[in-house]
Ligand binder design. Sequence first.
Ligand code: HEC
Ligand code: HEC
Ligand code: HEC
Ligand code: HEC
Ligand code: HEC
Ligand code: HEC
Ligand code: HEC
Ligand code: HEC
Length: 639
Amino acid sequence: MCDELQALGVLCVVLGAIAAARFVPSDRLRVTVAVALIGLVTATVVLALVLRPAAVAESDVKGRPIQVDADGYVGSEACRACHSHEHDTWNDSYHSKMTQVAGPDTVIGDFDKVTLVADGAEYKLERDGDEFWVEQPNPLSYLGTGPERVRSRIVVTTGSHNMQAYWFDTGHTRNLGLLPFTWHVEDQRWQTRRSAFVGPSSDPHVSRIGDWNIICLKCHATHSRPRIMTEGNTQVGAFTRVAEFGISCESCHGPAEAHIAANQNPLRRYMQRLSGEPDPTIVNPARLDPMRSTQVCGSCHSDLEYDFNEKSLNEWFRDGFRFRPGDDLRKHYRVDFSGADQFWSDGLIRVAGREYNALLNSGCHDKGGMSCLTCHVMHQPSDDPRPREEWATDQLHYADVDQTCTQCHSKFAQDIPAHTHHAAGSIGSSCQNCHMPYSTYGLMKGVRTHRIASPSVQVTLATGRPNACNQCHLDQTLEWTAKTLNKWYGTAMPELSADDRQIAAGVQLLLKGDAAVRALVAWNYSWKPAQETSGTAWMAPYLAELLVDPYESVRIIGERSLRTLPGYESFHHELIGTAGERQAAKTQALTIWHQQENGSKVPTTRRSRVLVAGDGNILAQTFARLLKLRDNRLIRLFE
Ligand code: HEC
Ligand code: HEC
Ligand code: HEC
Ligand code: HEC
Ligand code: HEC
Ligand code: HEC
Ligand code: HEC
Ligand code: HEC
């Protein structure tokens, strides 16, 4: 490419020189001037070529995993010439940017001589030309040797949509180290990696070495081979290779070497286009049956268990994962439905990015054949009027998801309000809002669950998971919901405690829930439909309480929700600092609430449920009693 541009440049200048020479009066002089100009230009170009920094061949790159074709994988660039529309749409999707080589075009965090501090340790970030560096405590200090502090080069980035994480060269084979700070895109701010996930503050704040090479690579790159070398039980190095950084074409279409070879023949190409028949040399998820198609996405968007034995583990280290698009995923893995903190007690996944686990066991998928592609489209069609960026967020079909539901559940299409009991076209009448509520947590926000199920008070009582009705009617009690479900749908009334009859579900979940529930409901307080439906005047004292929560992420999300309330727009405190700073933040949040006389703005019909007394103050005793009931078990929601 560069060489072609240079050749074009030389040609332009030569023609330009000849043209310029025409303005010189004498013929002899004209020739001399032209020759001189051409000579000058040629010399410049030759000099530029000689001085040009030699591009380092990928195989010679040190300190990070490298991109090498293998096993029939040839990379996205090879598809561009024949599939430019698919290439463009993919390039503009977040999939393409999941893993990138760090550089001025890919790093989005602030590296302008920034010093970050966590647990007393300093990290100095700096840009040096086109390179990004961190001066930090020696991440290999656990080996017991080396200097106290080192300067490490950032070589790889992860993510670009919600957050971006950074990996540095550890100086130890191709093992990457993770910078313990993440750039939060919407807030335009650094935050500790620990606080970007739900986990206790007692977890050490350290750079984790080698995670990428053994964990993250599976879902964040194409055809990854960890190539971890071990001697006995000790890892002696990682010589990790991938076919391509990012989620590229062959992650979803399978290795394409044979497909390209077959289509070198123009006649075959023409015949294939004309026939409209499936091309047997490549996988198109849209042509697979719904289960297999969903499994293509499920190979990454899932929580799976591998039954590794020594042999298969070594094979995986060497050759990477054996699953290929079109295979039956269940032949390679077991799908998890329970286990660690990642699941609600009834087996529903509660962390984001694991939609496959949720979709399984939905009648719509198991019996109806609904696949990821029923709602999502991986290449924005040319007739979709939305700007590309809008499609790229969530990659949904242009048609509304509710229309998707009524395609199959056509009995509701005629008279939707008869089923929903909310005004037609309103937020309370949207199928998604009742059947796919934001009951999954991830990336510092609520995410729609991908298990299609109906709102149920019984389930909330059994699992602690908020139900769709109370995620919008935050200020209503479980009893109100149960009575309404009974009246509208004939659902049996569950047995309810005095608190569940009198105190709003949104209040109880926030004060009493475990850390993951608190993080989720803290976000829920900022959800526009919930704010419109439940009012916001009562919310600040609850969010203020979260500013002193034991979990960093809960504090940060609480504060972000607080900023969506009138009068708190510029409210910001250092929430991973000292306990004193947090207490001061809480006091200030409450002071604003009192000064605005928000308590008296809460409608009288709503007050007692949200613990606001007649005088506009919070019912402190009940508030404290509920807080004591908080579920304090240790929660870790890591990826
Ligand atoms: C099982 C597959 C899987 C593994 C393993 C995995 N991730 Fe992810 N990751 C995902 C998916 C899927 C998403 C997208 C979630 C969404 O958008 O809701 C994601 C999103 C992210 C994001 C946010 C990206 C953005 O643009 O906002 C970050 C950061 C991230 N992962 C970091 C990690 C790190 C670090 C590791 C390794 C320790 C890791 N992930 C391991 C599947 C995985
Ligand atoms: C995340 C998965 C994914 C990635 C990455 C991806 N595709 Fe696709 N591709 C799909 C799916 C799913 C379809 C079916 C239609 C749709 O959803 O857009 C498809 C359809 C296609 C089609 C058929 C289009 C048609 O009109 O029938 C082509 C060609 C294609 N992709 C090429 C590419 C190329 C080239 C790349 C990389 C530059 C790529 N895809 C990246 C999932 C993916
Ligand atoms: C030399 C041209 C050429 C190259 C290069 C090429 N393809 Fe194709 N591809 C075709 C033709 C021709 C078809 C069939 C007609 C069509 O769908 O356009 C096709 C079809 C497809 C389909 C749809 C198959 C189906 O059955 O619906 C996918 C997916 C696809 N290609 C993916 C890729 C990917 C991924 C790459 C790069 C790794 C790639 N192609 C490179 C020519 C090419
Ligand atoms: C190789 C692993 C992998 C495969 C296969 C894969 N994804 Fe993803 N997907 C990811 C990761 C990682 C992200 C996070 C990217 C980001 O947001 O930066 C993601 C992001 C997404 C997003 C969110 C985009 C956004 O940020 O708003 C959607 C929607 C999505 N994937 C759907 C699908 C569907 C549907 C399929 C199957 C056709 C699929 N993915 C296949 C790994 C994968
Ligand atoms: C491809 C067809 C299809 C689509 C699209 C679809 N469904 Fe379904 N759905 C079904 C089938 C089939 C069942 C199972 C019915 C049965 O068990 O008799 C079902 C079951 C259900 C159930 C009962 C769930 C349970 O397990 O108790 C609900 C609720 C539901 N769907 C709502 C929705 C909503 C809301 C949407 C849109 C977000 C949707 N469906 C999209 C086909 C579909
Ligand atoms: C019934 C429709 C439907 C189906 C089926 C479906 N999704 Fe989604 N998905 C949605 C909707 C709607 C959203 C956007 C939620 C929102 O508004 O925030 C979404 C969002 C997502 C996101 C982004 C979450 C975030 O906010 O970070 C990912 C990733 C995703 N879906 C993956 C998948 C995968 C993988 C499958 C198949 C296993 C799948 N989806 C099946 C409707 C669906
Ligand atoms: C206000 C909340 C709400 C909205 C909005 C809503 N539903 Fe429901 N839906 C429910 C409840 C509650 C049930 C369970 C009723 C029961 O137990 O019989 C249910 C049950 C269902 C069922 C399974 C039972 C049956 O009758 O087949 C389907 C299918 C369904 N809804 C589809 C939809 C579709 C499609 C939409 C959008 C047009 C929609 N729902 C909108 C609350 C809602
Ligand atoms: C996404 C938000 C949303 C969801 C989800 C939702 N509602 Fe509503 N609901 C509203 C709004 C807004 C109103 C007032 C306007 C209207 O009637 O449409 C309302 C009104 C009501 C009313 C009548 C007014 C009142 O306060 O007495 C009842 C009862 C009700 N909803 C019950 C439910 C139940 C039960 C569910 C779950 C099955 C539910 N809602 C789900 C937003 C929602």
